[in-house]
Design a protein around this ligand. Structure first.
Ligand SMILES: Cc1cc2nc3c(=O)[nH]c(=O)nc-3n(C[C@H](O)[C@H](O)[C@H](O)COP(=O)(O)OP(=O)(O)OC[C@H]3O[C@@H](n4cnc5c(N)ncnc54)[C@H](O)[C@@H]3O)c2cc1C
Length: 424
């Protein structure tokens, strides 16, 4: 029986959502037999938080789960580049609500801003009062290190790296740009949310310029020494579709902006002008993780136990998604989903006095290169027990063979399924 359960949890960790939900009912019964009403509070209703909340309830309905999110809806970053490129007419298909999570799973959804975490007293302070927890899951996404870009103003040079009004602003700026204009896109040093995301955005903006703004170009200023993900496939796609439109410049770190002149400075020296400037600032864990003392000595990200995602700095607090240091797992929605399932399974195990299960994570990141073609990178992850870090399973990381329409179909299916899982 123990072995069966362990294997089942491994499956969950592998992010096999469909398979997992088939077996959950039986498991829930086993778990509730331990009795007692435990409380879990989850901060953040995005890719990590919704799944952690849902799976804890699915695995043990006796646990009271409260999901605290500042907004009454969530807009997915995955596929928001397709809106910028004009493939999606609006952000509606990328927007989810929380009512079904509450109705179908009995999750208490609270729309509030979390302002503090008291790790000693096991409480969370919000704009709508204080919530007690036995265990806390923190999945607040990223915050921007805007202090590293002198003069930065997101209303003039949008980041559009949290989907919503910023994405709409950037699209409006692109629409308003004169033909023959220049778009500047700045990419921060890794690690950042969604390693292939800036290069997909480059492709989508280039596609928009090709179709709607003849004679325009996009200058990409990448602080990294090279394209950080799927390099060969992006270069192939850019050559095939956007020759003369994309001007990619590696090792160009933007350190200052001039909002009046619409220009950026590289390392405080070289000035580059643009009609539309999209600055993706360097990133760190969500603000609340800093307030709560969950951030490690690097001052940016949260160190966690790679099996349970429990903070190494504060007991009974688990950090998942972009904010956590999850070893080799990239900061992606797919990873956050996978981490949330492992974390949920282990919280349920810990609350019921059972053995924790091994980490088994999966990630796939799709990127669109044109209206119909996409590419992908995939990896499977596990804990290296000697080093106590999450590593890629040898030989498991690979990219799709070429640009293809089939990858685009897979991508469409992925986003539909994962958003459905987060909101039903
Ligand atoms: C342009 C772009 C494209 C991307 N494409 C892909 C892709 O194709 N595939 C992929 O897998 N990933 C992709 N990603 C990455 C993906 O969006 C993130 O990795 C994922 O959202 C991380 O999940 P999370 O739970 O850590 O954070 P989020 O999903 O950002 O959720 C955090 C939530 O916490 C809430 N919150 C934060 N602080 C508080 C507080 N104090 N009080 C209350 N609520 C709070 C926020 O409002 C937010 O709803 C993309 C990202 C971008 C920017």
């Amino acid at each position: 029986m123990t072995m069966e359960r362990r294997n089942f949890l491994k499956l969950l960790g592998a992010g096999a959502a469909a398979t997992a939900s088939v077996g959950l009912a039986g498991y829930a019964n086993a778990a509730t037999s331990a009795g007692g009403k435990h409380k879990v509070v989850v901060i953040g209703g995005g890719y990590g938080g919704t799944i952690a909340a849902r799976y804890i309830r699915m695995m043990d309905a006796s646990i009271e789960v409260t999901l605290i999110e500042r907004n009454d809806h969530y807009v997915s970053c995955p596929f928001s580049n397709l809106y910028l490129g004009g493939i999606l007419p609006d952000l509606k298909s990328l927007t989810i609500k929380y009512d079904k999570l509450a109705k179908n799973h009995g999750i208490k959804v609270v729309q509030a801003e979390v302002t503090g975490i008291d790790a000693e007293n096991h409480s969370v302070t919000t704009s709508k009062g204080v919530f007690q927890y036995d265990r806390l899951v923190v999945s607040p996404g990223v915050e921007f290190r805007t202090d590293e870009i002198k003069g930065y103003d997101q209303e003039v040079m949008p980041h559009a790296w949290k989907a919503g009004p910023q994405t709409v602003l950037l699209r409006k700026q692109l629409e308003a740009m004169k033909p023959g204009g220049t778009v500047v896109l700045s990419i921060p040093l890794a690690p950042f949310r969604c390693p292939p995301g800036p290069y997909e955005r480059t492709s989508m903006i280039a596609m928009y310029l090709k179709q709607h703004k003849p004679g325009s170009k996009i200058i990409v200023l990448d602080a990294n020494p090279d394209i950080v993900s799927k390099k060969g496939l992006f270069l192939k796609g850019w050559k095939k579709h956007y020759e003369g439109i994309i001007d990619y410049r590696p090792a160009k770190k933007v350190t200052e902006v001039d909002n009046k002149n619409m220009s950026v400075l590289i390392e405080g020296i070289d000035e580059i002008k643009g009609d539309v400037i999209n600055i993706i600032p360097p990133q760190k864990a969500g603000h609340i993780a800093h307030v709560a003392g969950l951030v490690g000595p690097d001052g940016k990200w949260c160190p966690v136990n790679p099996t349970t995602f429990e903070s190494t700095l504060h007991k009974d607090i688990h950090v998942i998604g972009d904010s956590s240091i999850a070893g080799a797992m990239p900061k992606s929605g797919y990873s956050a989903n996978s981490e949330a399932k492992v974390c949920a399974a282990n919280i349920v195990a810990l609350m019921n006095g059972r053995e924790t299960t091994e980490m088994s994570g999966v990630n796939t990141c799709y990127s669109f290169l044109s209206e119909k073609e996409a590419v992908s990178v995939t990896g499977v992850y596990q804990v290296n027990k000697e080093k106590n870090v999450i590593e890629a399973v040898p030989g498991s990381v690979g990219v799709s063979p070429d640009l293809s329409e089939l990858e685009a179909v897979y991508a469409q299916s992925w986003v539909k399924n994962i958003l459905n899982e987060m909101s039903s």
